[in-house]
Design a protein around this ligand. Structure first.
Ligand SMILES: [Zn+2]
Length: 465
């Protein structure tokens, strides 16, 4: 029962008893501010039954495509998707303070960009390479558990914290199982322990990114007997490393299936992936390398950032109106702060496109959620008494099924309308609060529109909270 339903009930001639039954829990759980809001004229007006009926009719779903491609005013979207290889907690905190906050840092004022990251739960990597400038070994890297021991937590508390604030939104598989001795350290029971810990703590990223060499048999979604990905066992019910029967129930919605791309941008980041156990999941494209003389030149390490993000690429992205997911390994080097002066310049340049309303920089999960909602939103339109009503009924996802989205899942959706001031946006027949609505009245030439507001910028220094 929500506040608007309460006010509708109160308006009808239901008995006093009915009203009290519904009001008591609300009055005891709401702050005074919310009660005042529930009684505001805007919400008391609710939506008339005639509007409700009109929005439920089949004809209301037969409308022109009103959706703008990207949240107003942006012309493109970009995410940086970073793999957790050899990232220590201290490195993670240092470079995310620089990327996400507006704090004074040793490398200048922070950028204030919405950039997420990945992590894992286990480390079994036997590389002699050092994880950081202090010479720590690979298993010092940030991970939920200590090495491959699910009985012993390592950075679990910090990982939960950074997941909740959004600095981590991806899982780089269950762990780093790359081995020079080619031994296989992943086991199905490690997946079971990992998923239990994730369920118990709420650390449940939607994004899965495959990792590493052929010892990483937990990888899935890119199996091909003729390619290097033939070792993938995560989605093979006959394999002892099978786990997607459990993993897909834990909230993983999107995967990078190990197939890299030389394309910096894409019209649609999502594509369906058929798993070997008969399930389906969304795959997503990531830019990972360039091609020179027929050879792949991998650009996914921090030293190459200025080759990945250039003015001409950003201009082209805007001109073509596309998505870009740029792959990185922010924490991979062992020299401390990962970015060169040129890399910092590229990031500051990217920030200007974000500030100028050209390219919306968003963490990977938000970009993918937006692309999914934009593509599969099912909405009805009705005109009544000089007003336009748009009701977002559901997301009809061909893989995950039909669901009523949360407000966060529809943030950024922008509808072209004649008169934004006289348009009412509803979610599942409930008017969306005005504080979450943005009316767009561009000057000459531009089309008027109405949006569900994008996420507020968050520059909080979460290393201190
Ligand atoms: Zn990796």
């Amino acid at each position: 029962m929500d506040k608007r339903s309460i006010s509708r009930y109160a308006k009808t001639k239901y008995s006093i008893v009915m009203v009290l039954i519904f009001l008591i829990p609300v009055l005891t759980s709401c702050s005074p501010l919310q009660i005042q809001f529930a009684n505001s004229p805007m919400l008391q007006s609710g939506i008339p039954d005639t509007v409700r009926k009109a929005l439920q009719e089949e004809a209301a779903f037969k409308h022109a495509d009103l959706l703008r491609k990207f949240p107003y005013p942006y012309e493109a979207m970009l995410a940086i998707s970073s793999d957790a290889d050899m990232t220590t907690l201290q490195e993670f905190e240092e470079y995310h303070r620089f990327l996400n906050t507006r704090e004074k840092t040793a490398n200048g004022i922070g950028l204030g960009l919405d950039i997420g990251d990945s992590t894992w739960l286990y480390i079994a990597n036997d590389t002699p390479e050092k994880a950081d400038k202090d010479g720590h070994p690979a298993d010092y890297s940030m991970s939920y558990f200590d090495r491959v021991n699910p009985q012993k937590l390592k950075d679990a508390e910090k990982i939960n914290h950074y997941f909740k604030c959004g600095w981590i939104d991806s899982l780089h598989t269950f762990g780093d199982f790359s081995r020079n001795d080619h031994a296989i350290r992943f086991r199905r029971d490690l997946a079971i322990s990992a998923l239990k810990a994730m369920n118990d703590s709420g650390f449940k990223p939607k994004v899965w990114i495959n990792h590493g060499s052929e010892s990483n048999v937990q990888n899935f979604g890119g199996y091909n007997p003729k390619r290097v990905t033939k070792f993938q066992g995560g989605d093979d019910p006959k394999s002892p490393y099978y786990h997607t029967d459990l993993t897909l129930n834990c909230g993983i919605r999107y995967i990078w299936n190990s197939i890299g791309s030389e394309k910096f941008s894409t019209d649609d980041p999502l594509f369906p992936v058929n798993l070997r156990d008969g399930q389906k999941i969304w795959g997503f494209h990531r830019y990972t390398h360039d091609i020179a003389n027929g050879k792949a030149i991998w650009t996914w390490e921090p030293a190459e950032l200025s080759k990945q993000i250039t003015k001409s690429r950003l201009d082209q992205l805007v001109r073509e109106g596309k998505y870009s997911i740029v792959t990185q390994h922010f924490g991979k080097g062992s020299n401390g702060f990962p970015f060169t002066q040129e890399g910092i310049q590229s990031l500051r340049l990217l920030k200007t496109y974000d500030d100028n309303g050209k390219i919306l920089v968003a963490r990977t999960s938000r970009l993918l959620d937006y692309a999914r909602s934009r593509k599969y939103v099912h909405y009805a339109v009705a005109e009544l008494d000089g007003k336009t009503y748009i009701n977002i009924a559901s997301i009809d996802d061909p893989i995950w099924g039909t669901s009523i989205p949360s407000l966060d899942e529809i943030r950024g959706l922008t509808f072209h309308v004649e008169n934004p001031e006289k348009t009412i946006l509803l979610l599942n027949m409930n008017p969306i609060n005005m504080e979450d609505i943005q009316q767009n009245n561009p000057g000459q030439g531009g089309r008027k529109s109405i949006s569900i507001k994008w996420f507020k910028p968050d520059y909080t220094d979460y290393t201190k909270t």
